[in-house]
Write a protein that binds this ligand. Structure first.
Ligand code: AP5
Ligand code: MG
Length: 220
């Protein structure tokens, strides 16, 4: 495996499997998983000002403003464990965020090496969201039908209780999908033009998607 720093962006609509796949890839790649949604939820759990502010937007299915989001993710990427790269999930989500990331990486002499985009039809996404459950302790993502824990309602990793995200209500999910197509999908073309985009079929089993991602990540 290359020792060059690797910054990989997992792109894809809500519930396309970014978090699920990142949890599997981070072990193979030995890179930290930097997920903007998880960072917001962590802030909310700790009742920080940032978390409470972000919640207003998240509950409506809208994007948190760029200024707040960029500052939070840049702070995370500035920590020592990201010196050799990171597996980004949910960031960037706007062209302004992508430009801020490019600028910050260029300053460090790095660049985005790969952007796998996980494609899944909207109707499949709705079914995935409605069955999603998350661990209160570690944030691990499960699905009641497609990826159930060994014991219902309990995380396999640490025994934490599982819960449903507030923004996984059907109306909020539809809004998140609208926002994805309006504000985030232009990034597909942005990264295609830079020659780093690879499309991955996300409408397959979790294992099959992991296999395809392993291939594209290994080849890059
Ligand atoms: P965020 O937490 O990033 O949510 P999201 O992008 O909407 O994506 P999800 O986490 O819902 O889905 P996922 O792709 O990780 O899927 P998962 O693996 O869990 O963001 C939440 C909010 O925070 C945003 O709406 C916004 O308000 C704010 N925010 C975050 N980042 C921001 C940014 N950069 N700028 C501004 N605001 C920001 O899988 C979903 C379910 O499907 C699970 O149950 C899983 O088990 C199941 N599943 C996964 N893969 C498969 C498969 N292949 N087959 C069957 N089931 C599967
Ligand atoms: Mg996620």
């Amino acid at each position: 495996m290359t020792t060059e720093p690797r910054f990989i962006v997992l792109l894809g609509p809500p519930a396309s499997g970014k978090g699920t796949q990142a949890a599997r890839l981070r072990e193979m790649l030995d890179l930290p998983h930097v997920a903007s949604g998880d960072l917001f939820r962590e802030n909310l759990k700790n009742e920080t000002d940032l978390g409470l502010k972000a919640k207003e937007y998240m509950d409506r299915g809208e994007l948190v403003p760029d200024g707040i989001t960029i500052a939070m993710v840049m702070d995370r990427l500035g920590r020592p464990d990201c010196a050799d790269g990171a597996l980004l999930d949910g960031f960037p989500r706007t062209i302004a965020q992508a430009e801020a990331l490019d600028e910050a990486l260029t300053e460090r002499g790095h660049e985005i090496s790969l952007v796998p985009c996980i494609a899944v039809p909207d109707e499949v996404l709705i079914e995935r969201v409605s069955g999603r459950r998350l661990c209160r302790v570690c944030g691990e993502s499960y699905h009641v039908k497609f990826n159930p824990p060994q014991q219902a309602g309990i995380c396999d990793r640490d025994g934490g209780g599982l819960y449903q995200r507030d923004d996984d209500q059907p109306e909020t999910v539809r809004q998140r999908l609208r926002v994805y197509w309006e504000q985030t999908s232009p990034l597909i073309e942005y990264y295609r033009q830079r020659g780093v985009l690879v499309e991955v079929d996300g409408d397959q089993s979790i294992d099959a998607v992991t296999e395809d991602l392993r291939t594209v990540v290994g080849d890059s």
